[in-house]
Write a protein of this length. Structure first.
Length: 189
């Protein structure tokens, strides 16, 4: 708890750099659209809100092909299904992100991959074949851009691929493949 309080004080007063051990909070919102709908697979589109807590794992490298650093993120997602069966989706994931480029870059790209678990009530519709259970596994990959807005705040825009599946634990498990976009703010400390 003391580390978090010190980090918040550093965020407010000191403008700490993104060195190993530094943290960040991200808040994003966006939409996700199913990409493999068909005659037997319903279209599913949902609006989501995401919150992440990240920890920088490596010292930033300023030059060369591998300029950047690596980050571990813990992610919580909540959303509402706007098209298709069901009404809600939620997920908790662990992500590994590579932030590319040096701190002198105005726009810094990143790529991330991860997974975890998800909840949705899509399976309550007995006629859909995508997911046969409320609890599922989730996998995610994303590419994004980070644009600094100040010493401790940046705009994040990303494109995601998301997969939900119950790994064959029920007879209904075609899985759900979706793409989407999110935008929001990140605050480093």
């Amino acid at each position: 708890m003391g580390r978090i309080a010190l980090g918040l004080l550093g965020f407010i007063f000191l403008g700490l750099a993104q060195a190993r051990g530094a943290g960040e909070i991200e808040v994003l919102g966006g939409a996700v659209f199913s990409i493999d709908a068909g005659p037997f697979k319903p279209t599913l589109n949902f609006a989501i809100a995401t919150i992440r807590y990240g920890i920088i794992l490596t010292e930033p490298r300023e030059t060369g092909l591998f300029a950047g650093n690596t980050e571990l993120l813990f992610e919580g997602i909540g959303g509402s299904i706007v098209t298709g069966p069901g009404s809600a989706v939620a997920a908790a994931n662990i992500l590994l992100r590579r932030n590319f480029g040096s701190s002198r870059w105005v726009v810094r790209p990143y790529a991330q991959i991860g997974g975890g678990g998800s909840y949705t009530d899509i399976s309550d519709d007995r006629f859909e074949v995508l997911l046969g259970s409320r609890l599922n596994f989730s996998a995610e990959a994303a590419f994004g851009l980070s644009v600094p807005l100040g010493s401790n705040c940046s705009l994040r825009v990303e494109h995601n691929f998301v997969h939900y599946s119950n790994a064959g634990s029920t007879s209904r498990n075609h899985g759900l493949n979706s793409i989407g976009a999110q935008a929001g703010l990140a605050f480093s400390f």
